[in-house]
Design a protein around this ligand. Structure first.
Ligand code: HEM
Ligand code: HEM
Length: 222
């Protein structure tokens, strides 16, 4: 039976839009010092200690800005937790009880975590669209949002549309989200990627440990 590959189309559109936004981000002149832009070497911000995209005395920002920035940071980590279900996908009958239980938990919370990420980031995005429309980071932010929207869309339809590509597209978009977030969310995204990889590594180690001590059923279901 042939499975239609047309399910890729919405994803391709979302990725194209995101890519155009990222390109736009690189070629836009830096308006408020938000992004790297294409600055000459030894760019203008180098002599401002602790500069994080906000100039001293710039209005707006303040305590509220921090709150909404934090909601962005939390979303990045929620996204990492949502993705981490992937490491446990084939481990629901793992000999390690910790791996099994964590996998069950992540599986049962996957959709909830996904929607929570989307809602939280919408709050973050709307705030910065209103307060910092001119900021360079807005473009990479919208790019990240478009991809997340597509991830959620595929997630919503995974069990409704019978097509073997649905999971692949959903997962691929999750991976493609990473470079965009590295660009937009900086350090938090690096930490989140490391955290998710560490979870994957831990699963691997736990499996090895339990497998070594006592696992007579090894090899039966592999
Ligand atoms: C419509 C979508 C978005 C817009 C307009 C937007 C806008 C912005 C802006 C303007 C900043 C800079 C704030 C500042 O330096 O004061 C920022 C920071 C940040 N955004 Fe977004 N964003 C969006 C989507 C996202 C998404 C999808 C994520 C990740 C899931 C995200 C995570 C972050 C994080 C972690 C920061 C803090 C970066 C840092 O500490 O320098 N944002 N966003
Ligand atoms: C926003 C709402 C989301 C919904 C409704 C959703 C829904 C789903 C569903 C129904 C599955 C199949 C689960 C199963 O096998 O029983 C799945 C798998 C998966 N999801 Fe999501 N998801 C969402 C968000 C996300 C996000 C934000 C990410 C990562 C950034 C993500 C990454 C994955 C991965 C890696 C898999 C495993 C795919 C595979 O290899 O089979 N999901 N999701």
């Amino acid at each position: 039976m042939k499975t239609k590959k047309t399910v890729w189309i919405p994803a391709i559109i979302a990725v194209t839009v995101a890519a155009l936004l990222v390109i736009y981000y690189y070629y836009m002149p830096s308006v408020s010092g938000g992004g790297p832009g294409l600055r000459p070497p030894g760019g203008e911000v180098s002599n401002v200690p602790g500069h994080m995209g906000r100039r001293p005395g710039e209005k707006g920002g303040g305590g509220n800005g921090e709150l909404f920035k934090t909601s962005g940071t939390i979303s990045v980590f929620l996204g990492a937790a949502t993705f981490s279900w992937f490491w446990f996908k084939k481990k629901l009958r793992s000999p390690s009880m910790l791996v099994r239980k964590t996998g069950e938990l992540l599986h049962s919370m996957h959709k909830l975590l996904g929607w929570a990420t989307l809602i939280l980031i919408a709050v973050h995005g709307i705030y910065f669209l209103i307060t910092k429309l001119q900021d360079n980071k807005t473009y990479t932010g919208i790019a990240g949002f478009v991809i997340l929207l597509a991830i959620a869309g595929y997630g919503f339809f995974i069990n409704k549309v019978r097509n073997k590509w649905m999971r692949t597209v959903h997962r691929s978009l999750g991976l493609l989200w990473v470079p965009v977030l590295l660009l937009h969310a900086g350090g938090s995204a690096i930490m989140a990627v490391i955290a998710s990889l560490a979870v994957g590594g831990l699963v691997w180690v736990l499996e090895k440990m339990v497998g070594k001590t006592a696992e007579p059923s090894r090899g039966i279901d592999n």
